[in-house]
Design a protein around this ligand. Structure first.
Ligand code: AQP
Length: 333
Protein backbone atom coordinates (compact mmCIF):
# COMPACT_ATOMS: atom_id res chain seq x y z
CA UNK A 1 0.00 0.00 0.00
CA UNK A 2 1.19 3.51 -0.80
CA UNK A 3 1.91 6.28 1.67
CA UNK A 4 -0.44 9.12 2.55
CA UNK A 5 1.74 12.19 2.14
CA UNK A 6 1.00 15.65 3.51
CA UNK A 7 3.30 18.64 3.63
CA UNK A 8 3.10 22.42 3.52
CA UNK A 9 5.11 25.46 2.52
CA UNK A 10 4.48 28.97 3.78
CA UNK A 11 3.67 31.61 1.17
CA UNK A 12 6.08 34.10 2.64
CA UNK A 13 7.93 34.98 -0.56
CA UNK A 14 11.51 34.25 -1.57
CA UNK A 15 11.13 30.49 -1.92
CA UNK A 16 14.71 29.32 -2.00
CA UNK A 17 17.07 26.46 -2.68
CA UNK A 18 16.70 25.23 0.94
CA UNK A 19 12.93 24.89 0.50
CA UNK A 20 13.54 23.11 -2.80
CA UNK A 21 16.28 20.66 -1.76
CA UNK A 22 14.96 20.14 1.80
CA UNK A 23 11.31 19.69 0.88
CA UNK A 24 9.86 20.32 -2.60
CA UNK A 25 12.27 18.04 -4.53
CA UNK A 26 11.31 15.28 -2.13
CA UNK A 27 7.57 16.02 -2.70
CA UNK A 28 8.09 15.40 -6.41
CA UNK A 29 9.93 12.09 -5.83
CA UNK A 30 7.16 10.90 -3.50
CA UNK A 31 4.45 11.88 -5.94
CA UNK A 32 6.22 9.92 -8.65
CA UNK A 33 5.91 6.71 -6.58
CA UNK A 34 2.59 5.79 -8.14
CA UNK A 35 0.76 4.32 -5.12
CA UNK A 36 1.23 7.36 -2.90
CA UNK A 37 -1.61 9.82 -2.26
CA UNK A 38 -0.13 13.29 -1.98
CA UNK A 39 -1.49 16.52 -0.56
CA UNK A 40 0.64 19.67 -0.76
CA UNK A 41 -0.61 22.71 1.04
CA UNK A 42 0.21 26.40 0.75
CA UNK A 43 0.06 27.15 4.47
CA UNK A 44 -1.24 30.70 4.39
CA UNK A 45 -2.66 30.52 7.94
CA UNK A 46 0.88 29.81 9.13
CA UNK A 47 2.19 32.76 7.13
CA UNK A 48 0.14 35.30 9.11
CA UNK A 49 1.85 34.33 12.37
CA UNK A 50 4.14 37.20 11.37
CA UNK A 51 2.82 40.41 9.81
CA UNK A 52 2.03 40.16 6.10
CA UNK A 53 1.04 42.77 3.56
CA UNK A 54 -2.35 41.49 2.27
CA UNK A 55 -1.53 42.22 -1.39
CA UNK A 56 1.87 40.53 -1.11
CA UNK A 57 0.31 37.55 0.64
CA UNK A 58 -2.12 36.99 -2.21
CA UNK A 59 0.75 37.18 -4.69
CA UNK A 60 2.87 34.81 -2.62
CA UNK A 61 0.05 32.24 -2.34
CA UNK A 62 -0.09 32.05 -6.14
CA UNK A 63 3.71 32.03 -6.38
CA UNK A 64 3.99 29.08 -3.97
CA UNK A 65 1.38 27.14 -5.94
CA UNK A 66 3.27 28.03 -9.14
CA UNK A 67 6.53 26.79 -7.56
CA UNK A 68 4.94 23.43 -6.70
CA UNK A 69 3.75 22.99 -10.28
CA UNK A 70 6.97 24.32 -11.86
CA UNK A 71 9.01 21.90 -9.71
CA UNK A 72 7.05 18.94 -11.05
CA UNK A 73 4.02 18.45 -8.80
CA UNK A 74 1.07 17.41 -10.92
CA UNK A 75 -2.12 19.14 -9.73
CA UNK A 76 -4.28 16.38 -11.20
CA UNK A 77 -2.73 13.46 -9.34
CA UNK A 78 -1.79 15.38 -6.20
CA UNK A 79 -3.93 17.85 -4.29
CA UNK A 80 -2.54 21.40 -4.23
CA UNK A 81 -4.54 23.85 -2.15
CA UNK A 82 -4.26 26.71 0.30
CA UNK A 83 -5.04 26.13 3.94
CA UNK A 84 -7.33 29.13 4.56
CA UNK A 85 -9.85 27.76 2.02
CA UNK A 86 -10.53 24.73 4.24
CA UNK A 87 -12.04 25.87 7.57
CA UNK A 88 -11.42 22.48 9.22
CA UNK A 89 -7.74 23.49 9.69
CA UNK A 90 -8.62 26.39 11.99
CA UNK A 91 -11.28 24.40 13.83
CA UNK A 92 -8.99 21.42 14.44
CA UNK A 93 -6.15 23.72 15.51
CA UNK A 94 -8.34 25.22 18.26
CA UNK A 95 -9.50 21.84 19.55
CA UNK A 96 -5.96 20.44 19.50
CA UNK A 97 -4.60 23.53 21.27
CA UNK A 98 -6.88 22.58 24.17
CA UNK A 99 -5.21 19.13 24.24
CA UNK A 100 -1.63 20.39 23.86
CA UNK A 101 0.39 21.34 26.93
CA UNK A 102 2.20 24.65 27.36
CA UNK A 103 5.28 22.75 28.56
CA UNK A 104 5.48 20.95 25.21
CA UNK A 105 5.31 24.18 23.22
CA UNK A 106 7.85 25.84 25.49
CA UNK A 107 10.42 23.35 24.25
CA UNK A 108 10.06 24.26 20.56
CA UNK A 109 13.39 25.60 19.38
CA UNK A 110 12.00 27.22 16.22
CA UNK A 111 9.84 29.54 18.33
CA UNK A 112 12.84 30.45 20.46
CA UNK A 113 14.89 31.19 17.33
CA UNK A 114 12.16 33.15 15.58
CA UNK A 115 11.01 35.10 18.64
CA UNK A 116 14.55 35.76 19.87
CA UNK A 117 14.68 38.49 22.49
CA UNK A 118 11.23 39.71 21.38
CA UNK A 119 9.37 36.85 23.05
CA UNK A 120 6.80 39.07 24.78
CA UNK A 121 5.92 40.95 21.60
CA UNK A 122 5.48 38.24 18.97
CA UNK A 123 2.03 36.87 18.10
CA UNK A 124 0.32 34.06 19.97
CA UNK A 125 0.01 32.42 16.55
CA UNK A 126 3.79 32.17 16.22
CA UNK A 127 3.85 30.33 19.56
CA UNK A 128 1.04 27.92 18.70
CA UNK A 129 2.23 27.46 15.08
CA UNK A 130 3.13 23.76 15.65
CA UNK A 131 -0.42 22.98 16.87
CA UNK A 132 -1.86 24.28 13.59
CA UNK A 133 0.76 22.18 11.81
CA UNK A 134 -0.41 19.11 13.76
CA UNK A 135 -4.02 19.88 12.76
CA UNK A 136 -2.99 20.08 9.08
CA UNK A 137 -1.38 16.67 9.18
CA UNK A 138 -3.88 14.84 11.39
CA UNK A 139 -6.95 15.94 9.41
CA UNK A 140 -5.74 13.89 6.45
CA UNK A 141 -4.55 10.78 8.38
CA UNK A 142 -1.14 11.44 6.78
CA UNK A 143 1.23 8.51 7.24
CA UNK A 144 4.36 10.41 6.13
CA UNK A 145 5.37 14.06 6.19
CA UNK A 146 8.32 15.12 4.03
CA UNK A 147 10.07 18.08 5.67
CA UNK A 148 13.47 19.67 6.12
CA UNK A 149 15.46 18.86 9.22
CA UNK A 150 14.26 22.06 10.95
CA UNK A 151 10.71 20.64 11.24
CA UNK A 152 11.64 17.39 13.00
CA UNK A 153 10.73 18.65 16.46
CA UNK A 154 7.31 19.87 15.26
CA UNK A 155 6.59 16.42 13.87
CA UNK A 156 7.43 14.83 17.22
CA UNK A 157 5.02 17.26 18.88
CA UNK A 158 2.34 16.30 16.34
CA UNK A 159 2.72 12.67 17.40
CA UNK A 160 2.40 13.62 21.09
CA UNK A 161 -0.74 15.64 20.36
CA UNK A 162 -2.31 12.76 18.42
CA UNK A 163 -1.61 10.32 21.23
CA UNK A 164 -2.97 12.63 23.92
CA UNK A 165 -6.15 13.30 21.96
CA UNK A 166 -6.69 9.56 21.46
CA UNK A 167 -6.10 8.91 25.18
CA UNK A 168 -8.22 11.83 26.42
CA UNK A 169 -11.19 10.86 24.27
CA UNK A 170 -10.76 7.12 24.53
CA UNK A 171 -10.37 6.73 20.78
CA UNK A 172 -7.40 4.42 20.20
CA UNK A 173 -5.67 4.99 16.87
CA UNK A 174 -8.23 7.63 15.77
CA UNK A 175 -5.63 10.33 15.06
CA UNK A 176 -2.78 8.69 13.19
CA UNK A 177 0.78 9.42 14.31
CA UNK A 178 2.73 10.41 11.19
CA UNK A 179 6.34 9.55 10.36
CA UNK A 180 8.65 12.37 9.31
CA UNK A 181 10.42 11.85 5.99
CA UNK A 182 13.69 13.72 6.34
CA UNK A 183 16.38 13.12 3.77
CA UNK A 184 19.43 11.40 5.22
CA UNK A 185 21.79 13.87 3.59
CA UNK A 186 21.50 17.56 2.73
CA UNK A 187 18.31 18.04 4.75
CA UNK A 188 19.48 21.44 6.04
CA UNK A 189 20.84 23.89 3.48
CA UNK A 190 22.75 26.74 5.06
CA UNK A 191 23.07 30.44 4.24
CA UNK A 192 25.57 31.36 1.51
CA UNK A 193 26.89 34.06 3.82
CA UNK A 194 27.21 32.01 7.01
CA UNK A 195 27.59 28.23 7.01
CA UNK A 196 26.12 27.83 10.49
CA UNK A 197 22.88 29.71 9.77
CA UNK A 198 19.95 28.08 7.94
CA UNK A 199 19.19 29.39 4.45
CA UNK A 200 15.96 31.27 5.07
CA UNK A 201 13.34 33.42 3.33
CA UNK A 202 13.46 36.02 6.06
CA UNK A 203 17.23 36.63 6.00
CA UNK A 204 17.54 40.34 5.19
CA UNK A 205 20.42 39.64 2.79
CA UNK A 206 19.28 38.34 -0.60
CA UNK A 207 22.88 37.19 -1.16
CA UNK A 208 22.38 34.60 1.60
CA UNK A 209 20.10 32.46 -0.56
CA UNK A 210 19.40 31.27 -4.10
CA UNK A 211 15.76 32.13 -4.78
CA UNK A 212 13.86 29.82 -7.07
CA UNK A 213 13.05 32.86 -9.21
CA UNK A 214 16.69 34.00 -9.56
CA UNK A 215 18.02 34.57 -13.08
CA UNK A 216 21.18 32.97 -14.45
CA UNK A 217 23.22 36.12 -13.72
CA UNK A 218 21.90 36.38 -10.18
CA UNK A 219 22.87 32.76 -9.51
CA UNK A 220 26.40 33.29 -10.87
CA UNK A 221 26.82 36.46 -8.82
CA UNK A 222 25.55 34.91 -5.59
CA UNK A 223 27.78 31.86 -5.91
CA UNK A 224 30.79 34.09 -6.70
CA UNK A 225 30.10 36.05 -3.52
CA UNK A 226 29.30 33.00 -1.36
CA UNK A 227 31.49 32.80 1.74
CA UNK A 228 34.30 30.23 1.68
CA UNK A 229 37.54 29.76 3.61
CA UNK A 230 41.16 30.26 2.58
CA UNK A 231 41.93 26.53 2.18
CA UNK A 232 41.63 24.37 -0.92
CA UNK A 233 38.76 21.91 -1.25
CA UNK A 234 39.17 18.89 1.03
CA UNK A 235 40.49 15.46 0.09
CA UNK A 236 38.32 13.55 2.60
CA UNK A 237 34.96 14.02 4.38
CA UNK A 238 36.68 14.31 7.77
CA UNK A 239 38.54 17.38 6.50
CA UNK A 240 35.21 19.23 6.40
CA UNK A 241 35.11 19.48 10.19
CA UNK A 242 34.91 23.14 11.16
CA UNK A 243 34.55 24.15 7.49
CA UNK A 244 30.77 24.76 7.40
CA UNK A 245 30.77 26.87 4.22
CA UNK A 246 32.75 24.29 2.22
CA UNK A 247 30.51 21.52 3.57
CA UNK A 248 27.35 23.45 2.64
CA UNK A 249 28.46 24.26 -0.92
CA UNK A 250 29.62 20.69 -1.54
CA UNK A 251 26.31 19.47 -0.07
CA UNK A 252 24.31 21.68 -2.44
CA UNK A 253 26.37 20.42 -5.38
CA UNK A 254 25.90 16.77 -4.35
CA UNK A 255 22.16 17.14 -3.78
CA UNK A 256 21.62 18.75 -7.19
CA UNK A 257 23.73 16.07 -8.84
CA UNK A 258 21.97 13.30 -6.88
CA UNK A 259 25.33 11.95 -5.78
CA UNK A 260 26.87 11.38 -2.36
CA UNK A 261 29.23 13.83 -0.71
CA UNK A 262 32.23 11.52 -1.07
CA UNK A 263 31.86 11.52 -4.86
CA UNK A 264 31.78 15.34 -4.97
CA UNK A 265 34.79 15.53 -2.65
CA UNK A 266 36.79 13.23 -4.92
CA UNK A 267 35.74 15.32 -7.96
CA UNK A 268 37.17 18.56 -6.50
CA UNK A 269 39.83 17.22 -4.11
CA UNK A 270 42.64 19.78 -3.70
CA UNK A 271 41.14 22.23 -6.23
CA UNK A 272 40.48 25.87 -5.48
CA UNK A 273 37.05 27.35 -4.77
CA UNK A 274 36.94 29.41 -7.98
CA UNK A 275 36.98 26.27 -10.12
CA UNK A 276 34.40 24.51 -7.91
CA UNK A 277 32.14 27.58 -7.86
CA UNK A 278 32.01 27.63 -11.68
CA UNK A 279 30.78 24.03 -11.69
CA UNK A 280 28.33 24.73 -8.86
CA UNK A 281 26.85 27.69 -10.75
CA UNK A 282 26.55 25.51 -13.85
CA UNK A 283 24.53 22.79 -12.13
CA UNK A 284 22.41 25.36 -10.28
CA UNK A 285 21.52 27.07 -13.54
CA UNK A 286 20.77 23.72 -15.17
CA UNK A 287 18.36 22.73 -12.37
CA UNK A 288 16.92 26.07 -11.20
CA UNK A 289 16.57 28.09 -14.40
CA UNK A 290 13.84 25.87 -15.93
CA UNK A 291 11.88 26.06 -12.67
CA UNK A 292 12.32 29.82 -12.53
CA UNK A 293 11.15 30.21 -16.16
CA UNK A 294 8.10 28.03 -15.54
CA UNK A 295 7.18 29.96 -12.36
CA UNK A 296 7.26 33.21 -14.34
CA UNK A 297 5.09 31.70 -17.08
CA UNK A 298 2.54 30.36 -14.59
CA UNK A 299 2.37 33.67 -12.72
CA UNK A 300 1.11 35.30 -15.90
CA UNK A 301 -1.96 33.10 -15.71
CA UNK A 302 -3.55 33.94 -12.36
CA UNK A 303 -6.88 32.43 -13.40
CA UNK A 304 -5.25 29.04 -13.93
CA UNK A 305 -3.49 29.15 -10.55
CA UNK A 306 -6.69 30.21 -8.76
CA UNK A 307 -8.57 27.37 -10.45
CA UNK A 308 -5.95 24.83 -9.28
CA UNK A 309 -6.19 26.13 -5.72
CA UNK A 310 -10.00 26.13 -5.76
CA UNK A 311 -10.25 22.61 -7.15
CA UNK A 312 -7.59 21.40 -4.72
CA UNK A 313 -9.44 23.01 -1.80
CA UNK A 314 -12.66 21.29 -2.81
CA UNK A 315 -10.92 17.91 -2.85
CA UNK A 316 -9.14 18.60 0.48
CA UNK A 317 -12.42 19.77 2.06
CA UNK A 318 -14.11 16.46 1.35
CA UNK A 319 -11.43 14.63 3.38
CA UNK A 320 -10.96 17.23 6.13
CA UNK A 321 -14.66 17.85 6.81
CA UNK A 322 -15.24 14.15 7.52
CA UNK A 323 -12.37 14.07 10.01
CA UNK A 324 -13.35 17.29 11.81
CA UNK A 325 -16.93 16.01 12.11
CA UNK A 326 -15.66 12.93 13.97
CA UNK A 327 -13.29 15.04 16.08
CA UNK A 328 -16.23 17.22 17.17
CA UNK A 329 -18.38 14.21 17.98
CA UNK A 330 -15.60 12.74 20.14
CA UNK A 331 -15.17 16.05 21.98
CA UNK A 332 -18.91 16.12 22.73
CA UNK A 333 -20.09 18.93 20.45
N1 AQP B 1 17.47 25.86 4.78
C1 AQP B 1 16.67 24.82 4.61
N2 AQP B 1 17.18 23.60 4.34
C2 AQP B 1 16.36 22.54 4.16
N3 AQP B 1 15.02 22.60 4.24
C3 AQP B 1 14.47 23.79 4.50
N4 AQP B 1 13.19 24.21 4.63
C4 AQP B 1 13.17 25.53 4.90
N5 AQP B 1 14.42 26.02 4.95
C5 AQP B 1 15.25 24.97 4.71
C6 AQP B 1 12.04 23.31 4.48
O1 AQP B 1 11.15 23.92 3.54
C7 AQP B 1 9.81 23.55 3.89
C8 AQP B 1 8.94 24.77 3.84
O2 AQP B 1 9.38 25.70 4.81
P1 AQP B 1 8.37 26.79 5.34
O3 AQP B 1 7.81 27.54 4.23
O4 AQP B 1 7.38 26.16 6.23
O5 AQP B 1 9.21 27.79 6.18
P2 AQP B 1 10.47 27.70 7.05
O6 AQP B 1 10.90 26.33 7.40
O7 AQP B 1 10.26 28.62 8.20
O8 AQP B 1 11.43 28.29 5.96
P3 AQP B 1 12.33 29.52 6.03
O9 AQP B 1 12.90 29.76 4.72
O10 AQP B 1 13.28 29.39 7.17
O11 AQP B 1 11.32 30.70 6.30
P4 AQP B 1 11.43 31.83 7.37
O12 AQP B 1 12.66 32.62 7.04
O13 AQP B 1 10.16 32.62 7.14
O14 AQP B 1 11.49 31.18 8.68
C9 AQP B 1 9.85 22.89 5.26
O15 AQP B 1 9.71 21.48 5.10
C10 AQP B 1 11.22 23.21 5.76
O16 AQP B 1 11.72 22.18 6.59
Amino acid sequence: MGKKIFSGVQPTGNLHLGNYLGAIKNFVDLQNEKENQCIFCVVDLHAITVKQDPKELKKNIRETAATFIASGIDPINSIIFNQSMVPAHSEAAWILSCVSRIGWLNRMTQFKEKAGKNKEKVSIGLYSYPVLMAADILLYDASHVPVGDDQKQHLELCRDIAQKFNNDFNAPDFLKSPEPLIQKEFSRIMSLKDGIKKMSKSDPSDLSRINLTDSKDEIINKIKKAKTDPLQLPKETKDLIERPEAENLLGIYSSLKNQDLEKSISEFSGKNFAEFKDKLSEILIEKIEPISEEIKKLLNDEKYLDKILLEGSNKASIIASKKIKKIKELVGF
